[in-house]
Ligand binder design. Structure first.
Ligand SMILES: [Zn+2]
Length: 545
């Protein structure tokens, strides 16, 4: 299936290889195009070893932010950060679990069982309190999901107020991926809204196949990062959830010691893809941990190109690209320790900077204003974007759309793009029109199970009601000598989040030009349209919150 929209259907070409023969207009009618060498210059600087992998709060990332701000200034864009600057400086709390401090004890009434940290249960640090301890009865709540739309209520007929809930990891297989991912990310909210004081997540055999418990245990020591509001409060949504743990199903037997339904019966239900019902487990648990807090800071960088229309200039099209990456690797067995993040996301920032230049140099100013925002701490959980969505430097209601740029894999002459979000709002029309102008097709999401629409910097804006679109290079290459899907898959398998994601990759900057031109056209179309974009009435994302 191709994405079909009123305008899009006519613009899409018919066959996979049809576009290989079509002449792609090198420069569009408005006489402005991205430039391959400029893209290369930006990317090579941002992904250079000198910037040491641009970790949030690091000197290397500060230099990247300065570079972006300087480029905005040299383009003559207006500052859109704090206090008349290009920078929105964010304070973050980095929390680490104190070595040896986590414990998990099950009390069945007649016996106590202590689980072993790292082998049988895992827990992360608390971003809220340095000392945590909670003792409460445990209620099993299936997957812990609530959705009227999908007829789910895993809290039906159980009272979890003041109790610890135990839920299965993941979600029922029949839920669609994007909606399922959103519901999955709301599980703690569902528990907190019903008064729970702790959440235990049960690792399942299905999860073991995707991500073994041992692998999750390896990442246990990583600190967590949380933004602090301007008054210093950590962004912890559910402070009433005092304890949390992730338990291997192979160690969960003691929790079922008094239960009417055994753990084996639950696992058998899961094997048959049935959804287990909620019930009281009849045991209590005590969870304790000590967390250590440290404060760091890191900037978003923001600039505005004012629109030309006296009315519409008060509305904004927002481009985002994350400038941070994951820093230096701890793996000392390798010679190269710097995660340069060339595709992730020096490429997206380069596209952002070139898009800004195109808007500045185009013969006609767009009617609406354009905001160019490079965000920090994407790799820590979309935090810079989330902060801007909570503390925007222009009124959030006046941001009509977000065009996000994250990890364009510019390693082949792509013939199609995947536009995450395009099926949820009227932005789909703008995307199809823009891509069509460059002979590029829109393809269906080839990996819906990844729910990528919920996994990059546009998502905090989506949650605030802003329609968004996020383009990825598709899996079809223009020439028959290249296999787009294979190249993309190889990048993901061999270089993603590794030191080899660096400028020495065979980067196709001409493909970068096409990618930039399309993203420019998308923003321009939105900026000049009579109506602001809106969510499609039947989209799940139309009225979140
Ligand atoms: Zn990444």
């Amino acid at each position: 299936m191709r994405i079909r929209t009123l305008m899009g259907a006519a613009l899409l070409s018919t066959g996979l290889f049809a576009c290989a023969e079509q002449a792609v207009p090198p420069v569009h009618a408005n006489n402005v195009s991205a430039d391959a060498q400029t893209l290369q210059a930006h990317l090579e600087f941002l992904a250079s070893d000198a910037l040491e992998g641009r970790d949030t709060g690091s000197r290397g990332h500060e230099i990247a932010a300065q570079y972006i701000g300087s480029n905005f200034k040299s383009l003559g864009l207006q500052p859109a950060g704090d206090d008349g600057t290009y920078y929105q400086r964010i304070k973050f709390r980095r929390s680490s679990l104190k070595e040896g401090s986590a414990s998990f004890v099950v009390d069945t009434g007649s016996e106590q069982f202590e689980l072993e940290f790292g082998k049988e249960f895992l827990t992360g640090p608390s971003a809220y309190a340095e000392q945590n301890e909670v003792t409460a009865p445990v209620v099993f709540v299936g997957y812990g999901l609530v959705s009227e739309e999908f007829g789910l209520n895993d809290y039906a007929n159980v009272d979890v107020d003041g109790k610890v809930v135990m839920m299965l990891s993941g979600r029922p297989a029949e839920l669609p991926s994007e909606e399922g991912a959103h519901l999955n990310s709301s599980k703690t909210k569902f528990a907190a809204e019903r008064g729970a004081v702790g959440v235990i997540t049960l690792h399942t055999p299905a999860r073991e196949k995707v991500r073994p418990f041992k692998v999750s245990a390896m990442y246990q020591r990583a600190p967590s990062v949380t933004w602090l509001s301007p008054d210093g409060a950590p962004n912890v949504a559910y402070k009433t959830i005092v304890g949390g743990a992730y338990i291997d199903y192979q160690a969960a037997e003691p929790l079922f010691a008094n239960a009417a339904i055994s753990l084996d019966e639950i696992l058998a239900q899961l094997a048959k893809e049935e959804q287990p019902k909620p019930f009281e487990l009849g045991v209590s648990v005590t969870m304790t941990r000590v967390s250590e807090h440290e404060e760091i800071s890191s900037p978003n960088v923001a600039a505005i190109l004012p629109g030309s229309d006296p009315e519409l200039k008060n509305e904004y099209v927002l481009y985002t690209a994350h400038s941070d990456h994951i820093g230096m690797t701890q793996d000392l067995s390798q010679d190269d320790h710097i995660n340069n993040g060339a595709m992730d996301n020096a490429s997206g920032v380069s596209v952002l900077l070139e898009t800004a230049r195109m808007f500045v140099e185009a013969a006609e100013r767009p009617k609406r204003s354009i905001i160019f925002l490079s965000v920090t701490a994407e790799e820590r959980g979309l935090l810079g974007a989330d902060y801007f969505a909570h503390f925007p430097t222009v009124p959030l209601q006046q941001i009509v759309a977000n065009v996000n740029l994250d990890m364009p894999v510019l390693l082949y002459d792509f013939a199609d793009v995947i536009a995450f979000g395009s099926t949820h709002s009227t932005l789909g029309e703008s995307v199809a029109e823009a891509a069509g102008q460059y002979g590029i097709e829109l393809s269906e999401d080839p990996m819906p199970e990844q729910a990528i629409f919920t996994r990059s910097d546009h998502y905090p804006f989506v949650k605030k009601g802003v329609p968004a679109v996020f383009l990825m290079t598709g899996f079809t290459a223009k020439g028959e000598d290249e296999n787009g899907g294979e190249i993309w898959g190889e990048f993901f398998a061999e270089h993603y989040h590794r030191p080899s994601d660096q400028p020495s990759l065979p980067i196709n900057y001409e493909a970068g030009v096409v990618f930039t031109n399309i993203n420019y056209e998308i923003g321009k179309t939105i900026a000049n349209a009579a109506e602001r974009p809106r969510w499609l009435a039947d989209s799940f994302f139309a009225d979140l919150d």
